[in-house]
Design a protein. Structure first.
Length: 414
């Protein structure tokens, strides 16, 4: 078992009740749905409630969900809206453009600010409804839609998709992004008022102490077997063939190697058919997912379409060294060959070469994993939510200042 380097989280500091906000969070995905946006929204909602704010959660009714009002956390009001299935994404739905329903909601239950996480029909309706009420709005840039488009036969629409996203986000008061790298990219592309909403990780859940020999045996791994892991959607945009190629290259030199792909998606059956040696156990959440991370030896993350990539800090918190391209979360968190390894984007040969080098040096893997854990211990969700809270307060204050002094604001703009 890898050594545990757990450090306690900082104590909660009571918030000033006079600074409490009422915030509507509008998102087309939320747990128990499994994806990075849903996970981030859960941490945002729960973190804001813990800090004394009231939250309206507006989301589509989920597949198989009953309309009865189940218990919700104190401080949260759940509002379900109609939705339809998203093609190619089983279990996920997009919300319908319920503009008038949101107008009525915010007329009867006013909020100080609306945070819109997704750019689907529901997100567009929420932005318009909030503006009709004069409510400040913040939009989150959580998905690289224009990068996904080429993997789904929509490459010709890249430019139009980019312009649509720019127009949507520029209608809001502020856009939040997960990295300074993406912030600089969007500002260069004409997006306005872009700020960083970083990402945290639960270091109690994702922990090296969850390494499980029984789970390794299920994978066909003994103490000497090298277990390679990927966690995420099994879809074309994730570049999974490169992970398969890296596995094949390692397997040719080290027969006691297994590749485990945790997740689901349209590529799962194809991979199982063409690569029967690869283990595809489906999606995992909670402690089962945490055990999978901690029980592997090297995390392969070949994706080039990530807005952030929450799986990177989750793997690092689990004491698992990450091999990824120098982009998004990997670019932000990994110091090459100190707490993980990054390679230049679009250099698959270098990715495979690095995987081979790591596979041949197990002591180095352990050292990288220990350093990765130490890095993750400095990324707390509490600190992240505190930064978002400060930004939301600022957006509200700036909107009130503009409303109170419209002539002065116009003069400054000139």
């Amino acid at each position: 078992m890898r050594p545990e380097t757990h450090s306690p989280t900082s104590p909660r500091i009571p918030e000033d009740p006079s600074n409490a906000m009422s915030i509507a969070v509008v998102t087309e995905t939320y747990p128990p749905e499994i994806n990075g946006v849903a996970n981030t929204m859960r941490h945002l909602v729960e973190g804001l409630i813990e800090r004394g704010h009231r939250v309206q959660l507006v989301r589509p009714k989920q597949a198989g969900e009953h309309q009865s009002r189940e218990s919700t956390p104190r401080g949260m009001r759940l509002h379900r809206v109609p939705g339809l299935p998203i093609p190619g994404y089983p279990g996920l739905r997009f919300g319908l453009p319920v503009f008038w329903r949101l107008r009525r909601l915010w007329h009867g239950d006013p909020v100080d600010l609306v945070y819109i996480a997704t750019q689907g029909p529901l997100g567009h309706a929420a932005l318009s409804a909030a503006q009709a009420h004069g409510i400040p709005t913040v939009t989150g840039f959580h998905t690289q839609f224009q990068q996904y488009s080429e993997h789904y036969g929509l490459g010709l629409f890249d430019q139009q998709i980019g312009k649509t996203l720019q127009h949507f986000h520029n209608r809001s008061d502020t856009t939040l992004v997960p990295t300074t790298q993406l912030q600089a990219d969007l500002l260069a592309r004409g997006f306005h008022d872009v700020h960083v909403f970083g990402r945290g990780v639960d270091i109690d859940l994702f922990n090296p102490a969850r390494r499980d020999p029984a789970l390794r045996r299920e994978w066909g791994c003994d103490a000497e077997t090298l277990a390679l892991l990927y966690v995420g959607r099994l879809a074309p945009e994730k570049n999974l063939e490169l992970a398969c190629a890296a596995h094949a290259a390692i397997l040719a030199r080290h027969p006691r190697t297994r590749l485990i792909l945790i997740g689901d998606g349209p590529e799962r059956e194809r991979i199982r058919h063409h690569h029967p040696e690869i283990i595809c156990p489906g999606s995992r959440v909670g402690t089962a997912l945490a055990a999978a991370y901690a029980s592997a030896d090297l995390f392969l993350f070949p994706s080039l379409t990530e807005t952030f990539g929450n799986v990177v800090p989750e793997a690092m918190a689990s004491g698992l060294p990450v091999l990824a391209f120098d982009d998004a979360a990997a670019h932000t968190l990994i110091r090459p060959w100190e707490n993980g390894v990054t390679q230049s984007p679009n250099d698959p040969e270098a990715f495979i070469a690095a995987a081979l080098e790591l596979a041949q040096d197990r002591p180095r893997l352990l050292r990288l994993g220990q350093e990765a854990r130490e890095t993750a211990e400095g990324i707390s969700w509490d600190r992240v939510i505190q930064g978002v809270e400060t930004r939301l307060h600022r957006v509200i204050a700036e909107r009130r200042a503009r409303t109170a002094n419209p002539l002065k604001t116009a003069a400054l703009a000139d």
